[in-house]
Design a protein around this ligand. Structure first.
Ligand SMILES: Cc1ncc(COP(=O)(O)O)c(C=O)c1O
Length: 420
């Protein structure tokens, strides 16, 4: 069993058969960790020696912590009766889960097509918007991230597309937060605007006041649909069930992924307005995903929705978010040369460093201090901070202590270098 191999053997095997590049990257970074046991907020390496507190959660997959007992129980029960199911057939499990999503999502979002990955779900959202409007243009945010499948990739950053051949036509990116740029990009050719509520890979950028409301208004004026990607911001991460709940904006299509899996069975969702279901009236088999909405995963996702929509759970996220933000303020005062501040909503947080070179360095010193915290790919001056939403105050305080140590180590590395 791979889990029983020593770390060095796993690294060698992985380098030989999965990705030599990743192994080289982690060796260069001095992060000699191969994932072993995991439970709650914790990850252990395969040798069981090193323990990390997960402050990344794979972008929200582990919103409820690792191996949440209710998710495991739902999956075990499902295994007694179900299997993947057949995407072509009528399914009670998918119907029930879609009903819950219709009840919990804002406005008239009434229909759901299930997928396996977030990119696939974004692709479907774009397909529905194009088919419904008869237009092809898609406007998204520069530096946004929607996945690495075809249309999602085309809506994302140039860097991820460049090596892979000609760009798909019809896509345009504008600065996130710039309503004038959005207005200029919209026109009669645009089918949809696609945005994350709080772009994570761009560095947990909180939308400026009124921005999303303005985008909603601009879409309506231009006859374009609004697709909101809640793959990271959804399911309580921001202290409300959906990120858009903070801004009073109702999208035409909403994309969910990551946390919907409960961390134990991959499942994603494209939820859209009732009217948009007309796209599939002539041919309901126009879109197929063999494993999309696999029946084994539906009871898990249903339990995730129940837990995540509890008012007490959402209040807990807000209170822990406030605790961390206060703690980050103290850390900034203690380490002003490297830590400029923090930003975010609820437990979707980012640590703002004084220099883009510091993000990767803090990821490393945090690792050495027992924390998994990863810098934002498109803004390495920010370290993303996404702990499990179930985190308790004592562990939050331990994380803040460990961050203090990590920031001290960062200061030692950069030799007291002072940023802006
Ligand atoms: C905001 C957002 N949208 C979409 C995706 C793509 O999801 P997946 O990796 O499941 O395809 C991601 C993945 O990180 C994401 O962060």
């Amino acid at each position: 069993m791979p889990g029983e191999r020593l770390r060095a053997e796993v690294f060698a095997l992985f380098a030989e058969h999965v990705s030599s590049g990743k192994v080289a990257f982690f060796e260069r970074a001095g992060m000699d960790f191969a994932l072993g046991r995991r439970e709650g907020a914790f990850l252990w390496d395969v040798e069981g020696e090193r323990r990390l507190i997960d402050c990344h959660c794979n972008g929200g997959v582990f919103n409820l912590g690792h191996r949440h007992p209710d998710c495991i129980a739902a999956l075990r029960t499902a295994l007694d009766e179900l299997d993947i199911g057949n995407h072509h057939l009528i399914s009670p499990q998918r119907a029930a889960l879609a009903e819950s999503l219709a009840e919990l999502t804002p406005g008239d979002l009434a229909y759901t097509v299930f997928g396996v990955g977030g990119g696939e779900a974004v692709d479907l959202a774009i397909k529905v918007a194009r088919a419904f409007t008869g237009r092809s243009g898609i406007v998204s945010a520069r530096g946004g991230y929607h996945g690495h499948t075809g249309l999602a990739l085309a809506a994302g950053d140039e860097k991820f597309r460049a090596p892979f051949g000609p760009a798909a036509p019809g896509f345009k990116q504008v600065e996130f937060g710039d309503a004038d740029a959005m207005a200029a990009a919209l026109g009669p050719h645009v089918a949809a605007v696609l945005l994350e509520t709080i772009p994570a890979t761009l560095g947990i950028v909180v939308p400026p006041d009124g921005y999303l409301e303005q985008v909603r208004w601009l879409c309506d004026a231009a006859g374009a649909l609004l697709i909101i990607d809640e793959v990271q911001t959804g399911l309580g991460r921001t202290g409300r069930l959906w990120g858009v709940d903070h801004y009073g904006v109702t999208p035409d299509l909403m994309v969910l992924g990551k946390g919907l899996s409960g961390g134990v069975f991959p499942l994603t969702a494209t939820v859209f307005r009732r009217e948009l279901d007309s796209v599939f009236h002539d041919d309901p088999f126009l879109h197929i995903s063999t494993f999309g909405g696999a029946e084994l995963g539906c009871p898990v996702a249903a339990r995730v929705l129940e837990l995540s929509s509890e008012p007490a759970f959402l209040a807990h996220v807000r209170s822990m978010g406030a605790r961390f933000s206060a703690g980050f303020g103290e850390l900034r005062d203690a380490h002003p040369g490297v830590l400029a501040g923090s930003r975010g909503v609820g437990l979707m947080l980012g640590l703002e460093l004084t220099d883009p070179a510091f993000g990767p360095l803090l990821s490393k010193t945090a690792f050495d201090s027992g924390l998994l915290a990863i810098y934002a790919y498109h803004d390495p001056s920010v370290v993303q901070f996404l702990p499990p939403l179930t985190i308790e105050p004592a562990l939050a305080d331990e994380i803040l202590d460990r961050l203090d140590t990590a920031l001290t180590a960062l200061e030692a590395i950069v030799g007291g270098r002072r940023g802006g």
